[in-house]
Design a protein around this ligand. Structure first.
Ligand code: PMP
Length: 373
């Protein structure tokens, strides 16, 4: 699989595999202005606190509160991307042999992080687009997990979102069974249609730890994310942060805070949403002709991914080999499963290319299924 994915990097390949934000939508000018403005004080080149820049923490907290989840700056710890947040939580909460529950399929780098911490990772399955909540309850009773990890909104890899009722039940099960939930929300603000849903932390504030990130709404190269957590886990997570890298880059945090307060973030995000909505629509419009008859796929209201399933008897890894001969790529879904993979599934990212390029790529994919492909 690694070898196949290396081939997706060839310049002539239209790759729906990567899931990179669109670089032409980065607000280069606004971010340059923010760095210029903060680079007037030597303090931005100095060591700083492990918890993070106070102005940035305050602004992240203000946004949660405005979103219906009362939050103080003290509840927020800035991380070097939300990926580091996952690592810190694994360090602070998991002892080797502990069980953690994940969605099946699940964000791959979270699986790797939990496995690296020595966790026993168990997947909670879906039936169609719905997480099996009775199974979550049963697995929690049977294994006393340290936590359940979920990407509740526009999940990576599936684009799936837990509805209001599912969110309430996850919170209720966590409270009743006494485990924590880690909700990882990098895509929450990338909504193109439908109503915003409350975060899980709003239903069970003492049981839910939330992760956030500017990677998908400003730029991933900034490497700025955060953990929102209650007071009981803060000391151990802060010590883990200190041990990992002392603190996230002082200057990057200062620039991010300045950028957010400059008011340039919202219009830039509106442009990103608008472009991604068009790209999602272009992909959904072209998919019927691009996938074999009897394939299925979802229609996510946001995020970066469409999740598709090939007809009975087909294998997406074999299909990728054929697609690459037509200079188009996707990720076979199998790599996102902690247990037995569904080899018919695949993930398609719609954010990287213009609608015209998406149509061209999907037309190549459509051509790849022919005999001898
Ligand atoms: N969580 C999920 C679900 C993701 O998809 C990603 C990035 N692909 C991350 C965390 C990590 O994001 P970052 O470290 O850039 O904030």
């Amino acid at each position: 699989m690694r070898d196949l994915l290396a081939l997706t990097e060839r310049p002539e390949v239209i790759s729906f595999a990567g899931g990179l934000p669109a670089p032409e939508l980065f607000d280069l000018e606004g971010i340059r202005a923010a760095f210029d403005a903060v680079l007037t004080s030597p303090a931005v080149l100095q060591y700083s606190t492990s918890e993070g820049n106070p102005v940035l923490r305050e602004e992240v907290a203000r946004r949660y509160s405005a979103d219906g989840l009362p939050t103080a700056a003290a509840d927020v710890l800035i991380t070097t991307g939300s990926q580091q947040g996952l690592g810190l939580l694994a360090t602070a909460l998991v002892d080797p042999g502990d069980t953690v529950l994940v969605e099946e399929p699940c964000y791959l780098a979270a699986l790797q992080t939990f496995a690296l911490a020595g966790a026993r990772v168990i997947g909670v399955p879906y039936a169609e687009d719905e997480l099996q909540l009775d199974e979550l309850d049963r697995l929690a009773a049977a294994h006393a997990p340290k936590f359940f990890y979920t990407v509740p909104t526009f999940q990576n890899p599936t684009g799936r979102t837990h509805g209001l009722e599912a969110r309430r039940r996850i919170a209720e099960i966590a409270e009743r069974r006494g485990f924590r939930v880690i909700e990882d929300e990098p895509y929450r603000q990338l909504r193109y249609s439908g109503e915003a849903l409350p975060s899980l932390a709003a239903s069970a504030p003492d049981h839910v730890i939330s992760l956030g990130s500017f990677s998908k709404v400003i730029a991933p190269g900034l490497r700025i994310g955060w953990i929102r957590m209650s007071a009981d886990v803060r000391p151990s997570v802060t010590i883990a942060k200190q041990a990992a890298d002392l603190h996230t880059s002082t200057i990057d945090q200062a620039a991010a805070a300045h950028y957010l307060l400059s008011g340039r973030g919202e219009p830039a995000l509106a442009r990103i949403r608008e472009a991604y909505r068009e790209r999602r629509d272009a992909m959904l419009a072209a998919l019927p002709a691009a996938l074999p008859q009897d394939s299925t796929w979802n229609r996510p209201e946001g995020g970066m991914f469409v999740w598709a399933r090939l007809p009975q008897g087909m294998d997406a890894s074999a299909a990728l080999g054929r697609a690459l001969r037509h200079d188009v790529a996707f990720v076979p879904g199998a790599s996102f499963f902690s247990g037995t993979p569904d080899v018919r599934t695949l993930r398609l990212s719609f954010t990287t290319y213009s609608p015209a390029r998406i149509e061209e790529g999907l037309s190549r994919l459509g051509a790849s299924w022919g005999a001898g492909g």
